[in-house]
Write a protein that binds this ligand. Structure first.
Ligand SMILES: *Cc1c(COP(=O)(O)O)cnc(C)c1O
Length: 442
């Protein structure tokens, strides 16, 4: 799996930062291939695709409101609040010397209904997309019907002829398992053996089947893909190469634009927007960055964050090899407590887009995740899962880098959004353990 020494030496010579990455040091990488929006000739998805995805969400809103009562108050729209975190900003400025002078917000996807994580965007979307496709082909609905019919026994019986497979470290499996089983599909979730027991238990309780694999997430995906495709009525949600997951995530940008307007936040040349996104295969941060770029153009600056032990998208973009390399090729072990970020190989689909749109990527150590978790809980009373805290040091990291100078940005009027990607479904005892660990490290 690991490259020959001579090959490693060649890569390091070409990209010296790779040496630090291999040594597992936290790094900040600024993307030399970032393009201005008017320089990009074409991408595999368009703004129209994103708008179509938003319409699909709208068509399913009556169904979601009916079967997931927690979405009733938003009329079946799965969305999370945008909260100003002034107290945490002060903590970051004092404890981390972050020097944040603009506004700091937390995008609370940890509160997303159904899956309690950002996967409620991509995962739920792809299953709805597939369900609609089957129902349209069977002549069971028209796009202007009331989709609450999807909750009927007739539809459930129809979908029970089909199966959906997904490989997952946890959260994606939860979102696909919950929505898939609700619609009536047979759902098989292929998990790496290090996936948390409570996630497996919850999936079983929702009616999904769990298959465990030794080895890592990449192997679980590989096996899941094979076994699902052996079944003629099987559909595989492929985290390593999915356009639909990507589009499901992208719709967050349309919603965020509205939330920023509601909070009277201006985004233009003199008021830049910085967004910090935890990154696993790169689908969720890539989809959201794509959407934000469609709306705010060059005035939004998107940064991804990965654990020092799982810098999959970083090595993919830095070398330009994208999904053709994995962290293990460079002798990096892909062991991290950041669930959802423990990914060795980047998404093929998302990387081809992110390589032009992401401003940079930074990495961080696991211990920092727990410290930030405890700091946020104490200062704001918000409880995230460890991986979801990783964006919090983003403003400090980027403000201290060359980026702001290179781009000649006025950061005194900047807005920083840290994307909190998960946490709501974490059992209380686990959350307590995370918090105590963070406390002990502070
Ligand atoms: C999945 C996940 C991510 C990263 O999303 P990718 O599409 O894998 O890049 C980040 N945080 C949490 C909590 C996740 O579950």
């Amino acid at each position: 799996m690991i490259f020959e020494q001579s090959e490693l030496d060649n890569w390091v010579q070409k990209y010296p930062l790779l040496d630090n990455i291999i040594q597992l040091e936290p790094v900040v990488w600024l993307n030399p291939n970032l393009q201005k929006m008017n320089e990009i000739s074409s991408l595999p998805v368009t703004k129209a695709d994103m708008e179509n995805a938003a319409e699909l969400w709208q068509r399913f809103a009556p169904y979601l409101a009916k079967v997931f009562p927690e979405t009733k108050k938003t009329n079946g729209i799965i969305e999370s609040p945008l909260r100003k975190i002034e107290k945490m900003k002060n903590e970051l400025n004092t404890k981390y010397d972050s020097k944040i002078n603009g506004e700091l917000f937390l995008k609370c996807d940890n509160e997303l209904p159904i899956a309690g994580s950002i996967k409620a965007r991509g995962g739920v979307y792809e299953v709805l997309y597939y369900a609609e496709k089957l129902a349209l082909e069977a002549g069971m609905v028209n796009k202007d019907d009331d989709y609450s019919v999807f909750a009927s026994e007739e539809f459930k019986k129809f979908f029970s002829q089909y199966s959906i497979g997904v490989g997952s470290t946890g959260n994606l499996g939860l979102s696909i398992g919950i929505i898939g089983a609700k619609l009536g599909f047979h759902v098989s979730v292929y998990m790496s053996s290090d996936a948390k027991q409570w996630k497996k238990d919850l999936l079983l309780a929702k009616g999904a089947t769990v298959h465990e694999f030794k080895g890592d997430f990449g192997e679980a995906i590989f096996a899941g893909r094979q076994q699902t495709k052996d079944n003629s009525n099987g559909y595989f949600v492929d985290d390593e190469d999915s356009k639909h997951l990507f589009l499901g995530y992208s719709v967050a940008a349309i919603r965020l634009e509205k939330q920023l307007q509601e909070q009277n936040v201006l985004v233009d040349k003199d008021h830049p927007l910085f967004v910090y996104l935890p990154c696993g295969v790169g689908g969720s941060p890539g989809g959201i960055a794509f959407g934000l770029k469609q709306i705010f153009g060059d005035n939004v600056h998107c940064f991804f964050v990965e654990p020092t032990h799982s810098p999959a998208v970083l090595v993919g973009l830095l070398t330009g090899e994208k999904e053709k390399v994995c962290v293990q090729n460079f002798g990096i072990d892909n062991l991290t407590e950041g669930d959802g970020l423990a990914v060795g190989r980047p998404s093929c689909f998302a990387s081809s887009i992110s390589e032009k749109l992401v401003s940079g990527i930074y990495t961080m150590e696991d211990d920092e995740l727990f410290k930030l978790l405890a700091l946020l809980a104490d200062s704001e009373g918000i409880h995230l899962e460890p991986s979801a805290t990783s964006g919090l040091i983003g403003p400090g990291q980027i403000l201290a880098s060359e980026y702001v100078k290179e781009k000649n940005l006025n950061t005194s009027q900047a807005t920083h959004i840290v994307w909190a990607t998960g946490g709501a479904l974490v059992p209380k005892e686990d959350m307590k353990r995370f918090y105590e660990k963070g406390q002990s490290l502070l």
